[in-house]
Design a binder for this molecule. Structure first.
Ligand code: ATP
Length: 221
């Protein structure tokens, strides 16, 4: 579902050009959940942004669902971000003027993929049934995160890209939300690439990869 091949990314820095990604290869199948670990500054967010089509590599090919991002124009990239790739960040980006129910349906409505049965399953499993008429500011951080998860998955995106999705939660709730997130990503049939600093959170997923010196490794350094 996600295929990254020979990807290189360089940035101009005051001390000169820095090669952040020096030839990254990665393949994630539908229904597979992969954790991306690595020290601060190792390029995890850079790789996530490239996979989302928010930035372009200096070399290499990135394909989502068999389509090369480099071949897409702005319209195609916008459609990709609306319907095919879902982003889940530490900040929830819920819409303050919409109820919880409307926030959950927001992205699925945008791409014409509302699904009442899956919506009911997400609401039930994320424990949001009593929160639907509330507004985001009336929820706890953990509840807001669960709304963001439901919104990101309802339209069954091909690829979910997550950056420390449980970073704002305490350790006990993090584990529970992580297990639920993994199960629901699989129920949606999506592929998942998740950046995390926590080996504990990474252990909930199918595979772990470490970014080090611009390349992916199967073991910590
Ligand atoms: N737009 C940019 N311009 C210049 N340098 C950048 C830019 N974005 C990232 N970098 C550099 O690229 C390197 C990798 O950054 P990135 O944010 O991908 O790391 P990370 O592994 O996600 O770090 P963290 O775990 O701290 O979030 C860093 O050295 C950073 O300074």
């Amino acid at each position: 579902m996600l295929s990254v091949s020979g990807v290189v990314k360089r940035y101009a820095q005051p001390e000169g050009e820095v090669t952040v990604l020096a030839g990254v290869d990665l393949s994630i199948a539908s229904g597979e959940a992969v954790a991306l670990l690595g020290e601060s500054g190792s390029g995890k967010s850079t790789l996530l942004h490239l996979a989302a089509g928010l930035d372009t590599p200096d070399a290499g090919i990135i394909q989502v669902g068999g389509q090369a991002l480099a071949a897409m124009d702005d319209r195609a990239l916008a459609a990709l971000r609306r319907g095919t790739v879902s982003l889940v960040f530490q900040q929830f980006h819920l819409i303050g003027t919409l109820s919880v129910a409307d926030n959950i349906r927001f992205q699925a409505a945008l791409c014409g993929r509302l699904d009442a049965a899956f919506e009911a399953e997400l609401i039930d499993r994320l424990g949001l049934a009593t929160q639907l008429d509330k507004y985001p500011h009336q929820l706890s951080g953990g509840q807001q995160q669960r709304v963001a998860i439901a919104r990101a998955l309802l339209h069954r995106p091909a690829l979910v890209l997550a950056d420390e999705p449980t970073g704002n939660l305490d350790e006990r709730s993090s584990g529970a939300v992580m297990a639920l997130f993994r199960d629901l990503v699989k129920a949606a049939g999506s592929a998942l690439l998740m950046v995390t600093h926590s080996r504990d959170m990474a252990d909930y997923l199918d595979r772990r990869l470490w970014l080090r010196e611009g390349r992916l490794h199967h073991e910590p350094g």
